[in-house]
Design a protein around this ligand. Structure first.
Ligand code: THU
Length: 140
């Protein structure tokens, strides 16, 4: 993928992060998902007083995409840090549930970008973060 597209995804992830609703953890996450059609879907974490009902940023973006008819995920950029932090100090890796969820539509080749800034990022294939994934093939 071109560097410009990776940068665009990261910028979108940071913008999405500003919409995070995280009154309980105070940890704000943003994600930007690139789909097969070339569109970008943003998501943020949306918490709930019943903590387990919280939706992660990555699944928020994924649900927005699938509910708009997208079924192919190409790449996702993720940025997370305490809400009031002046800078993003650590890479925010997707949780296990989100890795599984992305795998459904992205497969092992999907690109996962974790970013502290536009220039400070790491890139993985989903298959590296979720080896030996359980898929529809597993049930055949
Ligand atoms: N969170 C995400 O949005 N994505 C992840 O992959 C891990 C965790 C959110 C959920 C919760 O609102 C906050 O981060 C702290 O767990």
């Amino acid at each position: 993928m071109e560097d410009d597209k990776i940068s665009e995804l990261i910028v979108n992830a940071f913008e999405a992060r500003t919409r995070s609703y995280c009154p309980y953890s105070g940890y704000a996450v943003g994600a930007a998902l690139l789909t097969g059609s070339g569109d970008i879907f943003r998501g943020c974490n949306v918490e709930n007083s019943s903590y387990g009902a919280t939706i992660c940023a990555e699944r928020c973006a994924a649900l927005k995409a699938v509910s708009e008819g997208e079924r192919v995920f190409k790449a996702i950029a993720i940025a997370g840090a305490p809400r009031d932090a002046s800078e993003v100090r650590d890479y925010a890796y997707p949780c296990g549930v989100c890795r599984q969820f992305l795998s459904e539509f992205g497969g092992s080749d999907m690109m996962v970008i974790v970013a502290k800034s536009i220039d400070d990022r790491k890139i993985y294939k989903l298959g590296e973060l979720l080896p030996e994934a359980f898929t529809s093939d597993s049930m055949k």
